[in-house]
Design a protein around this ligand. Structure first.
Ligand code: NSS
Length: 433
């Protein structure tokens, strides 16, 4: 607005002293003492201290600076000074202080419970923690695209309204659809599989929906799902590529985001450990390992959040758990030719108790076996006709996976709950704001 060229706070912090600058933003903090007001200005690129002294500017502006509460929006003109005590080592001494909009008493003071912070999520998004998280999250998606575009993949888009389940009926959301009823997608996998025949390698990013009743620290009802599918890939090929992708992500995150990691108190050495090769553990060994650590699991049990937490103890980097019993996994997983009780799959578990971030594997690609599997799972063949068709016209071995973006962000940033990993988490009891 207007003619004045404004400098961003980030640029101001890097500028040499003694310049006159115009800044605008929000009062992150403010206090006045005698004839001086100390404010910290925030604009999305950083924080800078502004001091406003009675007598150095118009009296009305000084009074406005004194009166303006936290989160008021302001425009400031002043000269830049070095000040080692100030955040970022710089201070602006105001020669003009205009309040654009006086904020009411901000409802967040720092003593709120997590529940309250969710109630005022629209305001809590202004916190340094959430801003840092959103920046890293955006960069993670950017890096995923960079990695896969560079590896010969094409980004594609799949529907949200679907007629079939991918990951089991118990977590399907039903929605009215004119005179009919359809579901919200649990995974784009089956649609991705249709596109490998023309594109070879594809990926997509979109929300998936799970009517999860589990109220763990890693379950959302709507989550961001990054999914990959590639023709001619074995389970091992896919795992090898995932290792490269994750270590690329971790390395770049450390390089690009030292300030954000610091705000979130995330120790970058935890991410430095994300280097190939990742350990590969078969389900049977994982079961034994978990039981040695005090659990009482038997063959055929799935690993839930609590079990995975125990299982990740002692691992410094992500690791794969492979060769699950077929009953534990969805119908589309390819049976292990050398032991058809098992499937050629992989779950990638993040260390430090985070657990599953990726689920994937090889797909059944032979027609008769797929038809058997659909029967075995009591699914309607009619619902999957188009999916079965893929096995009729030039089927090939192929693999893929799905990555929970919110879970990945949670792990990379060391967050204690998935609700901190995205702006507006959707959970069983949370759909507002
Ligand atoms: O159910 S998955 O394990 N696998 C699939 O949906 C496959 N069809 C994906 C594929 O191969 N294309 O989900 C994949 C990942 C899982 O590892 C988690 O990281 C994440 O999706 N996920 C979730 N994140 C947050 N909240 C919930 N409820 C959730 N469920 C899965």
């Amino acid at each position: 607005v207007g003619e004045t060229p404004f400098t961003s706070v980030g640029d101001a912090l890097r500028a040499p002293a003694d310049q006159t600058l115009h800044l605008r933003g929000w009062l992150h903090r403010t206090r006045s003492s005698g004839g001086i007001v100390f404010s910290v200005l925030r604009d999305g690129t950083g924080l800078i201290q502004v001091t406003t002294k009675k007598g150095s500017l118009a009296e009305a502006e000084f009074e406005a600076a004194q009166k303006a509460l936290t989160e008021s929006s302001v425009e400031v003109e002043g000269t830049l000074h070095d000040d080692p005590r100030a955040p970022g080592g710089k201070e602006v001494r105001a020669s003009s202080f205009k309040v654009v909009s006086f904020a009411e008493n901000f409802p967040i003071t720092g003593k709120e419970t997590d529940e309250t912070l969710l109630d005022v999520r629209h305001l809590w998004l202004r916190s340094r923690e959430m801003a840092a998280t959103m920046k890293v999250r955006a960069s993670v998606l950017d890096l995923l695209r960079e990695f896969y575009d560079g590896a010969g993949y094409t980004e594609v888009h799949c529907p949200t309204f679907v007629t079939g389940q991918t990951e089991g009926g118990s977590t399907l959301f039903k929605v009215p659809y004119f005179d009919d009823e359809v579901f919200l997608t649990q995974s784009s996998q089956l649609y991705l599989e249709t596109m490998i025949f023309s594109l070879g390698r594809v990926y997509t990013l979109q929300p998936s929906f799970r009517a999860e009743k589990s109220r763990t620290r890693r379950h959302l009802t709507e989550y961001w799902h990054f999914e990959v599918e590639a023709a001619w890939y074995s389970n091992d090929d896919m795992m090898a590529e995932e290792e490269r992708m994750l270590s690329f992500l971790a390395k770049r995150t450390i390089e690009r985001h030292p300030a954000e990691l610091e705000v979130l108190k995330r120790d970058p050495t935890k991410l430095k450990a994300v280097e190939p090769p990742f350990p590969r553990v078969k389900y049977a060994e994982a079961l034994e390992l978990a039981n040695k650590k005090g659990l009482h699991l038997k063959w055929g049990d799935d690993f839930g959040y609590e079990e995975e937490k125990v299982l990740t103890e002692g691992f410094e980097k992500p690791f794969f758990v492979t060769h699950f019993p077929k009953e534990v996994k969805a119908f589309y997983h390819r049976l292990d030719p050398s032991d058809p009780k098992l499937v050629l799959n992989h779950d990638l578990l993040a260390p430090e108790g985070y657990g599953e971030v990726i689920g994937g594997g090889e797909r059944v690609w032979e027609l008769d076996i797929l038809l058997d599997r659909i029967k075995e799972y009591n699914l309607s063949e009619a619902d999957y006709k188009w999916y079965v068709d893929l096995r009729r016209y030039g089927s090939v071995p192929h693999s893929g996976y799905g990555l929970g973006v919110d879970r990945l962000v949670m792990y990379l940033l060391g967050l204690d709950h998935i609700k901190w990993a995205l702006p507006y988490p959707r959970m069983m009891r949370r759909v507002y704001p």
